[in-house]
Design a protein around this ligand. Sequence first.
Ligand SMILES: Cc1cc2nc3c(=O)[nH]c(=O)nc-3n(C[C@H](O)[C@H](O)[C@H](O)COP(=O)(O)OP(=O)(O)OC[C@H]3O[C@@H](n4cnc5c(N)ncnc54)[C@H](O)[C@@H]3O)c2cc1C
Length: 389
Amino acid sequence: MTKTFDALVCGGSLAGSAAALVLARQGRSVAVLDRAVFPRPKLCGGLLTWKTVRLLETLFGETPASLAEAGAVNHASDRYVIRTPNRLLAEGALSFPFHFSDRAVLDALLLDHARRAGAEVFEGAEVATCDPRNGEATLKTGETFRGRFLIGADGANSVVRKSFPNYDRERWRELTAPTIEIQLDADRLPRVVEHPELYIGQLEAGYGWVFPNPGKAVLGICGLRRGNVNFSRLFREYLEILEIDPNTVSERRGHPLPYGNYLEEPVCGATLLAGDAGGFVEPLFGEGIFFALCTGRYAGEAVAAALAGGTDPGPRYVDRLRRYVLPELRGSDRLRWTLFRSMGLFGPRSLSWFVKLLGGPLGDMVHGKRSYARLRKKTWDFPTPARPA
Ligand SMILES: Cc1cc2nc3c(=O)[nH]c(=O)nc-3n(C[C@H](O)[C@H](O)[C@H](O)COP(=O)(O)OP(=O)(O)OC[C@H]3O[C@@H](n4cnc5c(N)ncnc54)[C@H](O)[C@@H]3O)c2cc1C
């Protein structure tokens, strides 16, 4: 028997929670299908920028203080450090701290918001196949769900995206970055890490990170496949750069990161893609949390408007992406190739010239106060204080 809803959301992480929350608040019947049971582990550095903090507040009513109280945010730092394998390249202060989240806790908390707003959440529900034209998803168990509209928020390996007839598998693969990430107790690091550190110059079209957390650090690498052939070997070398003996690190996990493969029109029939499923990750630093929440919200609002007006959600969704999201992703994409090429020609010091020349506005660009498109002041369609903190 097919279960039928106004909207079906495949994936109950950030994009899925945002979409389901918006729809449930408008009184729509919405089902969220996720193969996991929450809280579940999620490989992620967990770094939240200013725009993410603002959106979490606007959409979910969660502040850094309430997130910290819930255990979803566990550290903040208003400085950054950029290193090469053998020297400090740049460091500086930020106009707003980066906050570090525990994704297992954060994701469960946000999904709970959607549930409390009225969304019906099906955990342990793995989607096996999808018919995007009819808004239908069939689980591994054979059970079938149908929505008048469907939102694919099932992450980088999205089953929903793969069901689109125009899915370009080769392009997707080429612009997907493999990642490896681990957590280490702080006492296993050769020095105290208080601020987020980026390592450039080891990987081509990629980088390494060390993010501070209380009593531990989250460290990892990501990069496009071209030029970065053996990721396991690269990770061992990265540990050596950090002066950590790779033989003492047994656990390492990987997950694909969309890294420039965002879809400009992620729509097919009754179905919209949001978050990693649509490739909405900023392609220089790999920021995906904000873009998952933002596109999840846009997809939910487009479907809500379509349900109310008997219209098609696609044009409204694509229009919103074009106005607010795509300029950032395109701008960041251009910037990364400029930076990676100049580092190829002049070495990592070209990045330090760049950081010295542009200084503070670069931090504001990452935070979303300024645009990746020529560093212009960025206007978002959610409330931001007139004088941003
Ligand atoms: C190593 C690493 C570090 C990162 N660090 C950062 C960072 O510091 N800051 C940042 O902003 N971004 C970071 N990102 C990116 C960020 O994690 C993602 O962009 C973000 O999680 C995307 O959210 P989402 O809701 O689209 O998808 P996901 O969070 O991937 O969630 C997808 C959901 O769909 C479910 N699902 C998948 N397949 C199915 C199926 N077939 N049926 C049912 N359910 C399914 C999954 O269980 C999951 O809950 C990082 C990514 C990686 C890999």
